[in-house]
Ligand binder design. Structure first.
Ligand code: FAD
Length: 332
C-alpha cells in the first residue's frame, strides 16, 4: 500500500450517472477518480444523442443532451476530482482487504477503497453493417450517431434502423433535409408507437423489409442500393448522407469474470446499490433491482445512494445522509 495512490472511490463510467456520482463523492470529501474509455464525458448523452432535447431531468424543462452533459461534467469536477479519459477498464481485483486494483487497456492501474460501476450499456460501440464502403466516408457522409444535425440540412438522407434513434432522427430530419428515406428490415418498429405514427405523418419515405446492399459514390456517398429482403428486388436511390442506427455491440462478459452477480446483462444491486463484492457498488443503466428504470433521473438517484453508502463503507461511523448541499457556500 506504501507506493499506491489509493483513492476512496473510483467511478468507472463518465456518463450522467458516473458524473453525478463524482459530484456526490466530492461533496462527501472522498478522494475521487472517474475513468471512461471515451475521450469525452457524458456517456450516451454525448456519444449517441448530443443534439436531442431531454425533457425529463429535474429542474430542466428542456435541455439539449450535450448541454446537460456539459453541466454534469462541470458539476462532477467541482471538488477537483481526478478524471481519466480514453482508458477502458479491463480488469478489477481485490489485491488486499479494502483495496481494489482496476486495470485498463493502456496498462494503467487505479487503486481504490471502493468502486462505483456506472458503465451504462458498456462502451458505446455502434453495430456496423456488413456492407463494404471506403472508411473515409465515415468522416463526412456515413454516420452512426448525430453529433451535429446541421450536417444533414438540405441533404437526401438514408436512415437505417427501426429503434427510437432511427425513428426520432427521421422525424427531426424531415424538417431540415431535402428528402428522408428510412429502411428497416422488418415491419415492426422497436421505437415508441407515437414516434412511429409521427414519422408516418411526416414526409419520410418508409420502406419496411428493406436492407442496404451497396453504397455508391466516388469518395462521397452519391447513391445507395437497397433490396427487399422478401423478394430480393433491388432499387438504387439518390442519397448523400447515411445514418446507421441499428444498435450497439454489448460485451459485458468481462463483468462475469469479476464474479459479479448478474441478471442478464445487468449487475444486481441491493437498496444501497451494493453489488455482491465488498466495496463495489453499481448505479445507472448497468445495474438492476426490482424497481429498475433506465433513466437519467433514476441513475442520478442511484449514484447519490451508492456514493453515500460507499462513504459509510469506508468509514462505518459516518452517516449515510450527506446533509443538505444548500448549507454549503461553494464558489462556483
Ligand atoms: C437516443 C436516446 C435518447 C434517450 N433519451 C432519454 C431521455 O430523454 N431521458 C432519459 O432519462 N433517458 C434517456 N435516454 C437514456 C439515458 O441516456 C441513459 O439512461 C443514461 O445515459 C444512462 O446513464 P449511465 O451513466 O448509467 O450510462 P451511459 O450514459 O451509458 O454511460 C456509461 C459510460 O461508461 C463508459 N464505459 C463503459 N464501459 C467502460 C469500460 N469498460 N471502461 C471505461 N469506461 C466504460 C462508457 O464509455 C460511457 O461513457 C436516452 C437514450 C438514448 C439512446
Amino acid at each position: 500500500m506504501a507506493n499506491m495512490d489509493v483513492y476512496d472511490i473510483t467511478i468507472i463510467g463518465a456518463g450522467p450517472t458516473g458524473l453525478f456520482g463524482s459530484f456526490y463523492a466530492g461533496l462527501r470529501g472522498l478522494k475521487t477518480k472517474v475513468v471512461d474509455v471515451l475521450a469525452e464525458m457524458g456517456g450516451q448523452l454525448t456519444a449517441l444523442y448530443p443534439e436531442k432535447y431531454v425533457y425529463d431531468v429535474a429542474g430542466h424543462p428542456k435541455i439539449l443532451a450535450k448541454d446537460l452533459a456539459k453541466n454534469l461534467a462541470t458539476q462532477a469536477q467541482l471538488f477537483k476530482q481526478t478524471i481519466a479519459l480514453g482508458e477502458k477498464i479491463t480488469d478489477m481485483q481485490q489485491i488486499e482487504e479494502g483495496i481494489w486494483k482496476v486495470t485498463t487497456d493502456r496498462g494503467t492501474e487505479h487503486f481504490s477503497k471502493t468502486v462505483l460501476l456506472a458503465l451504462g450499456a458498456g462502451a458505446c460501440v455502434p453495430k456496423k453493417l456488413d456492407v463494404d464502403y471506403p472508411t473515409e466516408m465515415e468522416n463526412d457522409c456515413i454516420f452512426y450517431a448525430v453529433k451535429n444535425k446541421e450536417r444533414f440540412r438540405g441533404k437526401d438522407v438514408l436512415i437505417i434502423g427501426g429503434g427510437d434513434s432511427a425513428v426520432d432522427w427521421a422525424n427531426e430530419f424531415s424538417l431540415i433535409a431535402d428528402k428522408v428515406t428510412l429502411i428497416h428490415r422488418r415491419d415492426q418498429f422497436r421505437a415508441v408507437q407515437t414516434s412511429v405514427e409521427e414519422m408516418k405523418r411526416n414526409s419520410v419515405d418508409i420502406k419496411t423489409f428493406y436492407e442496404l446492399k451497396q453504397v455508391i459514390g466516388n469518395g462521397v456517398v452519391e447513391q445507395a442500393t437497397i433490396f427487399d429482403n422478401r423478394s430480393g428486388k433491388e432499387e438504387t436511390i439518390k442519397c448523400d448522407a447515411i445514418l446507421i442506427n441499428i444498435g450497439f455491440v454489448i460485451n459485458l462478459d468481462f463483468l462475469k469474470a469479476w464474479n459479479l452477480k448478474m441478471e442478464g446483462n445487468a449487475i444486481s444491486v441491493n437498496e444501497k446499490m451494493e453489488t455482491n463484492l465488498p466495496g463495489v457498488f453499481a448505479a445507472g443503466d448497468i445495474c438492476t433491482h426490482p424497481a429498475k428504470l433506465k433513466l437519467i433521473a433514476t441513475g442520478a438517484s442511484e449514484a447519490a445512494t451508492g456514493v453515500n453508502f460507499a462513504a459509510v463503507f469506508i468509514n462505518p461511523t459516518a452517516k449515510a445522509f450527506p446533509g443538505h448541499s444548500s448549507n454549503l457556500n461553494l464558489s462556483i
